[in-house]
Design a protein around this ligand. Structure first.
Ligand code: NAD
Length: 455
């Protein structure tokens, strides 16, 4: 059994039966058997089902948001934002799947025609993180289903109730239970799932787990996508409106209680505006309301996974021991549940864990830099490469900096942003493969090359 807990107070919400090797094998076989009929359906029928799923999300948003809030501690307003964000992503997939996977004629000369079709991969595993279950799950299962795949969906053990809700909504929308199957359990259940002879694994989670999965799947030549962590940097130049940049970056660092793969995790500020920026940033963070995640006005909630509180505490202690200044927060809150105060560290450097390892919580290091060269060097000095950006009034300079950043997504005067129209990918330890955009539709297909010659 899996005990689902409320991270805001530590109380058990419910117990769920978990899958095991046998039940996973049964689900896999059912998906495999149902696949030919699913592939044979006209695309329009799958589009209609996903459109009904989109409508069901809209109709049930309040209840779905409170389920998500209860098990992850995500502030309720942000839970609702996530669900409406998934609707926007679905709209993109509904419009873009047909043109993306239509047969493409690429050559016709001398009696020889060449064309490309997009075949579904087959039965895929969608192993998901808890921090944005609607986003990171939906980035996979929506295009995977539309392109004719069957999905074994393992939500995180910290968002299992939401995973079950997603399954129910899809089934009510017409997707059969064999084609979309929820697999419940922790990492051991995920490890069992990928032992099945599946055709692809689409994973969102930590670098450590991604590495484990890659080791298991490498020799089996299974298509693998890994969307992993980040240590995302932003550089603030001295030609910028300081309070405006500080407000945007405080939100980028603390939204979802800092538990986003693309949260701002490192800030480099030009020395000419450093003191002013820190003051403005701290003022913004002090304005964030911390508290009961079910309250509409709450901006910062609990930490979803209890062990992460220890990680945050260790990062603060390591930074302070090495000379950083703690200007805000820095401690856990002594009350039931997993609470850590929003924290700001200044005078940090790259000898400190807080500037090198993913924090995944409401804590930020702000480092002073002398100019563009130093900022660029420090931003690229990371194993991760998910997102990075610059705040400046100089578009030319911004574009030159963005071109040199080693990251999947780059931002000018914005941050912590994902668009369904753009590919979401990482460099280095942030992963391999991508979701979203038309590339994130093709990712669930295998291009087949047709050489056609009339006799
Ligand atoms: P995690 O790696 O602990 O778990 C992710 C999923 O993998 C869970 O469903 C878990 O049960 C499963 N799992 C664990 N061990 C497994 C194994 N051996 N085999 C198969 N499955 C296994 O990560 P998490 O704590 O859920 O998520 C947080 C991490 O996810 C952060 O690093 C964050 O940056 C990253 N993330 C990345 C993106 C992105 O798009 N790049 C998006 C969201 C989160």
């Amino acid at each position: 059994m899996l005990t689902v807990r409320n991270p805001a107070n530590g109380a058990a919400i419910t117990e769920l039966p978990t899958d095991d090797a046998q039940s996973i094998a049964t689900k896999y076989r059912a998906a495999r058997a149902a696949l030919p009929a699913w592939v044979a359906l006209p695309l329009q029928e799958r589009i209609d089902m996903l459109r009904r799923f989109r409508e069901a999300l809209t109709a049930d948003v309040d209840r779905l948001a409170s389920v998500l809030t209860s098990e992850t501690g995500k502030p309720i307003r942000q839970a609702k934002n996530e669900i409406s964000g998934l609707r926007t992503r679905i709209d993109f997939f509904l419009e873009s799947t047909q043109p993306t996977i239509a047969v493409r004629a690429v050559h016709n000369a001398d009696g020889m025609r060449e064309q490309i079709s997009h075949e579904p991969l087959g039965v895929i595993a969608n192993i998901s993180a808890w921090n944005y279950p609607y986003f990171v799950g939906g980035n996979v299962f929506v295009p995977a289903l539309l392109t004719g795949n069957a999905v074994l969906y393992k939500p995180s053990e910290f968002a299992a109730l939401t995973g079950i809700e997603i399954g129910k909504l899809l089934h009510r929308s017409g997707v059969s239970e064999a084609i979309f199957r929820v697999v419940i359990g922790d990492g051991a259940v995920g490890a069992e799932l990928i032992k099945q002879p599946i055709d692809g694994v689409f994973f969102t989670g930590s670098y450590a787990t991604g590495q484990r999965i890659a080791r298991e799947l490498g020799p089996r030549m299974v298509k693998l996508q890994l969307e992993l962590g980040g240590k995302d940097p932003i550089y603030v130049r001295d030609d910028i409106d300081v309070p405006k940049a500080a407000a945007a970056l405080a939100d980028g660092a603390m939204y979802n209680t800092g538990q986003s793969c693309c949260s701002v995790e490192r800030i480099y500020v030009h020395q000419a505006i450093y003191e002013d920026f820190v003051k403005a940033f701290v003022k913004e963070v002090e304005g964030f309301k911390i508290g009961e995640p079910a309250a509409e006005t709450t901006y910062i909630g609990p930490i979803t996974r209890a062990p992460q509180v220890d990680v945050l505490e260790r990062q603060v202690a390591d930074a302070v021991r090495k000379g950083a200044k703690l200007v805000l927060g820095g401690t856990r809150v002594q009350q039931p549940g997993n609470w850590f105060l929003p924290s700001v560290l200044t005078d940090v450097d790259h000898s400190m864990d807080v500037m090198r390892e993913e924090s995944f919580g409401p804590i930020i290091g702000i480092q002073k830099v002398t100019g563009d060269d130093e900022a660029l060097h420090l931003m690229n000095d990371s194993e991760y490469g998910l997102t990075a950006g610059v705040y400046t009034n100089d578009e030319q300079r911004a574009k030159s900096i963005l071109a040199q950043l080693r990251a999947g997504s780059v931002y000018w005067n914005c941050c912590d942003r994902v668009s369904p129209r753009l590919p979401w990918s990482g460099v280095g330890h942030s992963g391999v493969g991508l979701t979203l955009s038309t590339y994130g539709i093709e990712a669930f297909t295998r291009p087949k090359a047709w050489h056609l010659k009339s006799a």
